[in-house]
Design a protein around this ligand. Structure first.
Ligand SMILES: *[C@@H]1O[C@H](CO)[C@@H](O)[C@H](O)[C@H]1NC(C)=O
Ligand SMILES: *[C@@H]1O[C@H](CO)[C@@H](O)[C@H](O)[C@H]1NC(C)=O
Ligand SMILES: *[C@@H]1O[C@H](CO)[C@@H](O)[C@H](O)[C@H]1NC(C)=O
Ligand SMILES: *[C@@H]1O[C@H](CO)[C@@H](O)[C@H](O)[C@H]1NC(C)=O
Ligand SMILES: *[C@@H]1O[C@H](CO)[C@@H](O)[C@H](O)[C@H]1NC(C)=O
Ligand SMILES: *[C@@H]1O[C@H](CO)[C@@H](O)[C@H](O)[C@H]1NC(C)=O
Length: 272
């Protein structure tokens, strides 16, 4: 019953386990396509984000205000990760044994897949987001930058989505950090209910927004690229980010934010 991990890598595994259990669709197939955009000489604000506790950004307060709060760093990052790891326990799964490659535990975890829960309705998100503080807590969002290195290395994301709010929300939850910035483009053809759900989720975070223009995306045409250009332009308002990553709602990260930062730092400003 001990699903306790102390490393960020462990966190990724825990997220994986949650995913496998919840839906057989989630085969963690997504590999992250890192795209480009070198930003020369970016002005970096010296951010002081609360790192002593898992920090919930109060509803309705802008990013600059809520991210600007300062607090003494009196616990270590390792303790931080431990606190978060405690929050993402998977009932009935011994994550430690799983990570050690225990055959029986792997078998048990795989069997969870056959009991995958019914997908959440898009409308579910309208209800659950009425209180954003509750929403962030219940869904287990990481509201801390975790490490100084990550805080100093903001990443901008564009996410092209068209269906399945639950899947999109899982992706967002996996990549969400309070110092990054996220632009979500909802296809023009998407059902209204879906659009409302994604908008409600975005409204719960100061650094997540919906692209102002919605394109009718059709494969094999320019419209596939257009949403990313729209997002890039709108992400430009947030000058602090260093790299841009384009995703779709059907992807899932195989790396933690910390690992991404390490990889992108090694790029030293070059483009993949
Ligand atoms: C899956 O569901 C069945 C019936 O509801 C239950 O008996 C079984 O214990 C469940 N398996 C797991 C791994 O939860
Ligand atoms: C949504 O919330 C309302 C009241 O807050 C409640 O009556 C309704 O049953 C909820 N719907 C769902 C699907 O949870
Ligand atoms: C949200 O819920 C929390 C308790 O979980 C409560 O303290 C807070 O006042 C609520 N916020 C709003 C805006 O209702
Ligand atoms: C983060 O950036 C600040 C200011 O640019 C710098 O003083 C600090 O050493 C950096 N920390 C890390 C861990 O890179
Ligand atoms: C991201 O952009 C690159 C370059 O345009 C493209 O090759 C790749 O398919 C895009 N990834 C996604 C997930 O759209
Ligand atoms: C990183 O790039 C800068 C120029 O942009 C160069 O001076 C420096 O040597 C590079 N660092 C590494 C480790 O390649």
């Amino acid at each position: 019953m001990n699903c306790f991990t102390t490393t960020d890598k462990g966190m990724a595994a825990v997220i994986k386990v949650v995913t496998i259990r919840k839906s057989s669709l989630w085969r963690l197939l997504g590999s992250i396509f890192v795209l480009l955009l070198v930003l020369s000489s970016i002005y970096l604000e010296s951010w002081k984000i609360v790192t002593t506790n898992i920090h919930y950004i109060p509803f309705g307060i802008s990013a600059s205000v809520s991210l600007g709060k300062t607090q003494a760093q009196d616990i270590t990052d390792a303790e931080h990760l431990r606190q978060i790891a405690r929050k993402v326990q998977v009932a009935g799964v011994n994550c430690e044994a799983l990570l050690d490659g225990d055959k029986n535990e792997i078998k048990a975890a795989l069997s969870l897949k056959t009991n995958a829960s019914i997908p959440l309705m898009d409308s579910f998100y309208l209800n659950i987001t009425t209180n954003c503080t509750d929403f962030q807590k219940q869904r287990g969002y990481i509201m801390s930058s975790l490490t100084n290195e990550e805080r100093n290395f903001s990443i901008a994301f564009s996410v092209m989505v068209y269906k399945d709010a639950e899947m999109v929300e899982r992706l967002l939850r996996a990549i969400y950090r309070p110092h990054n910035v996220y632009c979500i483009h909802v296809d023009y053809k998407s059902p209204l209910e879906f659009f409302r759900a994604i908008s409600a989720i975005a409204n719960c975070f100061p650094n997540v927004f919906i692209a102002s223009k919605r394109v009718d995306v059709r494969w094999g045409t320019f419209t596939v690229l257009e949403p990313e250009l729209i997002c890039m332009e709108e992400l430009w308002r947030y000058r602090k980010w260093k790299y841009f990553i384009n995703l779709t709602g059907q992807e899932f990260p195989l790396k933690t934010n910390y690992e991404l930062v390490k990889i992108l730092t090694a790029y030293n400003g070059s483009v993949d």
